[in-house]
Design a protein around this ligand. Structure first.
Ligand SMILES: O=C(O)c1ccc(O)c(O)c1
Ligand SMILES: [Mg+2]
Length: 604
């Protein structure tokens, strides 16, 4: 389908926005008048530039509050509209957006409102143009799509139709004010335009919600696929046009934001099952490995910690300063060949079809990471996640030509000295500005689904957590970040990252690691006193938790046990977890305890 984007979604001047939209592969744009008025280009020059870029101008939005109880205001608005039809002719566009009025003098009479819109449509028709009428959720009188349809139906003019905007419809539907049920019955020739935006569920003033928090489809919680399907069921075949007002995207580099936006439409089309969509995500079977870039100073520190946790140095890369450490099926690469401070530099997922995974990543515009590779080394596909972490597609089971054959085995044994079996999850702090982009990236590229969302009060600020996982829970990625960053007081671990390993006997793992001298994190006694008060744990269990410094959580599905190492380098630590029953969370309730404990450990 024809994909468009409103200029309000992107940062910069009109020229910046058009160039970014075209580079990301959009076929059209909606131009908001302010962008044109501030442009040094004449409407003809804008049109020529769009032609050169292969962009159509699908819609022009020149003004608000058209209708009025005051006849003189209506007369002036009609005169102004005539001038704008002229601008639209010069731009080469034929659809004008008119939103329902938010003004105190908005017409509160469907018949009169229909008459005023008919007068506008009559003039538009004379210029070969159309009016798309849109109900704003906070419109003074018309605030649902049903009411806007009633008015358009009454006006009964061929040059007047509807613009549906998913935000207005779905935000109102959340509070029960409207529903998508009747949309499919709108005649296609009366549906002139479709604007798409997602949003997180928030309980706040709808105008503020719309102006600051809209998101690209797939980044929020709205049912965009159901909404869009209802619209397409009418027979609508106009543009799918993104209209996202968002504080981050309005400041972000427009080229990158436009790619993110395009990714959201490709994903939406896939969920509609209409287009020749990218092949569905190949099944993931777990983590092949996680790679840490280690600074030379921390190099030995991380290796020592892994050894004390029961890992063995089982392999050395043939051509790079990279070590493979392994315990059970948990594999960690230590790469000392970068100049980076110690950090998670790559995730490698095991997929049943690495080539198909890579093709899917390409279809979703994931940036490829160029690699150097020695003779006879595995040809691995790598893309960059929004925070810069490399994502590899591997198939560890394919022993002959798999990634592990790039390593010369040391002969060390990888049996589970401390009971670790595999990587349970990887947790990555996200820069605030990339949080939503990262959600969509992992959702689209890896086919993960957003799972647990949580916000919690931590010692150094509110933290937002979002975990994404595949259907079987074999690849879990936990994203987190501060909701707001202010000032430079930074006593916590800056942008922490951790790798969590699974154990099926957490106490045995903790004891084994302690005996081997692992740098495990101490937990305050207060925590265990509170656990006892809250959860009435059996005395033996509580004693074991306290002795082993293990944190505990439970919910209706099961129980969760976990403990952590101290921070290695500036920001990385390890976690060991045990899931019991169907517990699928991450012990978020304990995160503030862990953060305070990391701070205390650094001061000690
Ligand atoms: O926030 C607004 O004013 C506004 C303007 C135009 C739209 O299409 C819309 O959905 C909202
Ligand atoms: Mg809109």
């Amino acid at each position: 389908m024809h994909k468009g984007i409103a200029t309000v979604c992107l940062s910069g001047t009109l020229e910046d926005k058009l160039n970014a939209a075209a580079a990301a592969g959009f076929g059209g744009v909606e131009i908001f008048e302010n962008d044109l008025i501030a442009s040094a280009w004449s409407p003809e020059q804008v049109r020529e530039h769009c032609d050169r870029l292969g962009l159509s101008i699908d819609l022009y939005q020149p003004f608000r509050d058209f209708d009025s109880a005051d006849p003189d205001t209506v007369r002036r608005n009609l005169r102004r509209a005539e001038r704008k039809f002229d601008v639209m002719r010069r731009l080469g566009t034929d659809t004008m957006l008119v939103c329902s009025s938010v003004s105190a003098d908005a017409v509160d009479d469907d018949e009169l409102l229909a008459e005023q819109l008919r007068a506008l449509a009559e003039r538009a028709g004379e210029h070969g143009m159309h009016i798309a009428y849109e109900a704003l959720a906070w419109g003074r009188v018309v605030d649902t799509w049903e009411r806007s349809w009633e008015v358009v139906r009454r006006a009964d003019h061929p040059a007047l139709g509807l613009c549906l905007d998913s935000f207005h419809v779905l935000s109102r539907a959340q509070s029960g004010g409207t529903s998508i049920d009747g949309i499919a019955q709108i005649p296609a020739d009366k549906l002139f335009f479709l604007q798409l935006a997602d949003a997180p569920h928030l309980n706040m003033d709808v105008l503020q919600w719309s102006r600051h928090h809209r998101l690209f489809p797939g980044q929020g919680s709205f049912e965009l696929a159901a909404f869009t399907s209802a619209v397409l069921a009418t027979g609508y075949d106009g543009p799918l046009s993104l209209e996202v007002f968002n504080d981050v995207y309005r400041q972000a580099e427009p080229g990158r934001a436009a790619v993110d936006a395009m990714r959201s439409l490709v994903a939406l089309e896939e969920s509609l099952g209409r287009e020749p969509a990218p092949a569905s995500p190949p099944e993931l079977t777990g983590y092949a490995f996680t790679e840490l870039a280690v600074s030379s100073a921390a190099d030995h520190q991380v290796a020592r910690a892994l050894a004390a946790m029961g890992f063995a140095h089982v392999g050395q890369h043939r051509s790079k300063p990279v070590q493979l450490w392994q315990q059970g099926n948990a594999r960690v690469l230590l790469n000392s060949g970068t100049d980076q401070a110690t950090a998670v530099s790559a995730l490698a997922v095991d997929t049943v079809d690495p080539a198909a995974s890579a093709a899917r990543a390409e279809a979703f515009l994931a940036p490829k990471v160029p690699r150097t590779r020695g003779a006879a080394e595995a040809d691995l596909s790598v893309v960059a996640a929004p925070d810069g972490t490399s994502v590899f597609f591997c198939r560890t089971a394919a022993a002959e030509d798999g990634w592990m054959s790039d390593f010369i085995l040391t002969g060390a044994n990888s049996h589970a000295l401390a009971g670790l079996s595999h990587i349970d999850h990887v947790a990555l702090a996200q820069p605030f500005d990339y949080f939503d982009e990262a959600t969509l990236f992992y959702r689209a590229v890896l086919g993960l689904a957003p799972w647990h969302d949580a916000e919690f009060a931590a010692p150094f600020g509110l933290v937002r957590n979002r975990a994404l996982t595949d259907a079987r829970g074999l690849v879990r990625i936990a994203l987190h970040g501060t909701v707001l960053r202010r000032g430079d007081w930074a006593p916590g671990v800056p942008d922490p990252q951790h790798i969590a390993f699974a154990s099926d006997d957490i106490f045995a793992s903790a004891r084994a690691m302690r005996a081997r001298g692992a740098p495990l994190l101490s937990i305050p006694d207060n925590y265990y006193d509170d656990l006892e008060a809250r959860l009435e744990l059996a005395p033996d269990l509580l004693a074991a938790l306290r002795e082993c410094q293990v944190l505990y959580d439970r919910d209706d599905d099961g129980e969760f046990f976990h403990f952590h190492t101290e921070v290695l380098g500036d920001r990385v630590f390890f976690e060991v977890v045990q899931r019991v029953g169907d517990y699928s969370g991450y012990g978020v309730a304990n995160a503030p305890i862990r953060m305070a404990a990391h701070r205390a450990a650094r001061q000690a």
